[in-house]
Design a binder for this molecule. Structure first.
Ligand SMILES: [Zn+2]
Length: 372
């Protein structure tokens, strides 16, 4: 059974390379925005469809008119339309809001769907150089910190800007070797805001409150720092304190997630989680603090490699309706985020909202296993 796993590494581009990467991102973003506008215009004018291939055709024309577009490698530029399609798919499935024009800070990554060598053995535009650095024909070599080996076949590469840092995220396909997978020893996990994780057997794991407490301290320390006179002795002292608190928060979070994922991976043979788009969720301001705090992405990654290490299986299921459908009879019970209890009007099942979701997640995973 093939699994797709993301592995993330920090990049250290030179200032000049950073400038180029940033400019490419800008062009990708503009391409996204203008394709969205075109699509809307076509639809308004005469209900005309305007799909990925129409967009690509338009791009070919644009490139002739605006030569600066030729600076951006064509692959990530074309992949922009795949993203736009996904945004609309999500919207029509009622999983996301209507696609919006992207601002600078919303558009932070570009995808290179081909990496390394092609089937004929020719080097693609993006690959590793002989010195194990990332290499692009238009950028040259970029330093990369390979803190752990890339395991499996690289399917694509995403270059991502996060604050002032840059990262390379490899999507890697691996042949997991599940020898003694016990389908009966399976668990579904719903990660949430009120409780960190709820399992399909009813077990609950609380949110690490100590993190919230430490974060309050960190905020206070940062506020204090902003009042200090720069370069004074007190300023330097405060910088030190802020840095220490920062580290502590990060370490505690990691620690908590390591323990939780370790215990789960050790105990269960099959673990099912939702395949959530965390980036979209973090955009919701109210939830954002606790979600990014909670480190769901990190948790999922830890689960992935710990499951593999223990010979288990992590299955990511599509999140549609997991919290809406009744885990007992399948009846769809619509509810907003604030409704914490699932009450089925058809079969009378009453369950904690997250518990109901985790049961659905498990069910979906089992269905997937039977197919493969
Ligand atoms: Zn029901």
């Amino acid at each position: 059974m093939a699994m797709l796993i993301n592995q993330k590494y920090e990049l250290f581009p030179t200032d000049e390379q950073k400038e180029i990467l940033d400019r490419w991102l800008q062009h990708c973003r503009q391409t996204y925005n203008s394709a969205l506008l075109d699509k809307e215009r076509k639809y308004k004018q005469n209900r005309e469809q305007y799909n990925r291939y129409d967009m690509q055709r338009q791009q070919t024309l644009d490139k002739k008119k605006y030569p600066f577009l030729k600076e951006v490698p064509s692959q990530p530029l074309q992949e922009v339309f795949v993203r736009l399609k996904k945004s609309f798919d999500n919207f029509f499935r009622k999983d996301a809001k209507y696609p919006k024009q992207k601002k600078y800070r919303d558009y932070t990554s570009m995808t290179f769907p081909q990496f390394g060598f092609n089937k004929k053995g020719n080097r693609m535009a993006m690959s590793f150089s002989e010195k194990n650095k990332l290499y692009h024909t238009k950028l040259g070599e970029i330093d990369i910190l390979l803190h752990r080996p890339i395991e499996g076949t690289i399917k694509q590469l995403i270059i991502k800007r996060q604050g002032t840092r840059w990262y390379a995220i490899f999507s890697v396909e691996r042949q997991a070797l599940p020898k003694d997978i016990d389908i009966n020893n399976a668990i579904g996990i719903d990660v949430g805001i009120n409780k960190y994780a709820v399992l399909s057997n009813g077990l609950e794991y609380g949110n690490p409150r100590f993190l919230r407490k430490k974060e309050m301290q960190l905020k206070k320390a940062q506020r204090k720092l902003s009042k200090r006179k720069k370069r004074s002795a007190n300023y330097v002292k405060q910088v030190h304190q802020v840095r220490q608190l920062h580290e502590k928060v990060a370490n505690q979070r990691k620690d908590f997630l390591h323990k939780l994922s370790y215990n789960l991976a050790k105990y269960y043979s099959v673990i099912a989680v939702e395949n959530l788009n965390i980036r979209n969720m973090v955009r919701n301001r109210k939830l954002s603090k606790s979600i990014s705090d909670a480190g769901w992405g990190m948790f999922r990654n830890m689960l992935a490699y710990k499951c593999e290490k223990h010979g288990g299986l992590l299955i990511k299921v599509e999140p549609e309706f997991t919290s809406q459908d009744c885990s007992c009879c399948g009846n769809r019970v619509k509810k907003s985020l604030s409704v914490r209890t699932h009450i089925c009007t058809k079969c009378g099942t009453v369950l904690d909202r997250d518990h109901n979701a985790s049961l659905n997640i498990l069910q979906k995973a089992k269905e997937e296993l039977k197919i493969q």
